[in-house]
Design a protein around this ligand. Sequence first.
Ligand SMILES: NC(=O)c1ccc[n+]([C@@H]2O[C@H](COP(=O)([O-])OP(=O)(O)OC[C@H]3O[C@@H](n4cnc5c(N)ncnc54)[C@H](O)[C@@H]3O)[C@@H](O)[C@H]2O)c1
Length: 244
Amino acid sequence: MRTVLITGAGHGIGAACARMFAAAGDDVVVSDIDTAAAVAIAEEIRAAGGSATGNFLDVSDPAAWQALSRELRCAARLPTVIVNNAFFDVAGVAHEQSEDNWSKQLSVTLSSVYRAMHTFHDTLTAAHGNMVNVSSVHGVLAWTEQPAYAAAKGGLISLTRQLSVDYAPHVRVNVVLPGSIQTRQWDHQGAAELELAARQATLQRLGTPEEVASVIQFLAGDGASYITGASLLVDGGMTTTLGA
Ligand SMILES: NC(=O)c1ccc[n+]([C@@H]2O[C@H](COP(=O)([O-])OP(=O)(O)OC[C@H]3O[C@@H](n4cnc5c(N)ncnc54)[C@H](O)[C@@H]3O)[C@@H](O)[C@H]2O)c1
């Protein structure tokens, strides 16, 4: 049984990944800064007959990575797949962002992937495992007032490519670029914003968390054994036209 570590798995796309990997027989470390949410997802998985724990992990904190590593190694649960999905975003043009806000966004959204590899490169390498990072169409396009998010998501694409070279041939590393996906991130948007987001996709709707999770699961599986360093759009066609 593989142990799959997913960050930011208490909600949205990460939670969908946790449910999907567990349903396929993986042991899932459902990690999140929101421990209660992670524990709830893990309980739901176990109630359905799967294997999972809910674990605290603030991906911006190196000590938290070390604590989780110790706990998992003690339990002989060595992650061989890592899904780096957590993010943190503060809206505002660059000069409005404090140094602290800027650093925290990059730390959570980008440097967390460095920490994941730093912490678990040995378990990934030994098992010929893989990593899937969650970027965004925002890594290749720009919208207003999200400079750190854009920098982090763009950085994830090049970092993925770099890690895929440095850890080859043992570890595959890939990245997905979701478009507009119906998670709580859209809860506070008005009808007009939702309608625009739907129209921007050639498929004329927002995606579901499960439609991203299934691509992540594919990339993490044997069916993708010859895919590494790849960036995969999961955007309903948004970047083909960006029609409004
Ligand atoms: N929803 C979209 O439209 C969309 C579009 C493109 C990319 N994405 C990407 O998908 C990923 C998941 O987003 P989502 O829409 O499911 O959001 P979400 O808010 O539902 O989930 C994000 C999760 O990250 C966790 N998190 C935040 N800070 C953390 C930290 N420091 N350490 C650990 N966990 C932390 C949150 O608690 C939450 O559970 C993100 O990387 C996001 O950038 C989402």
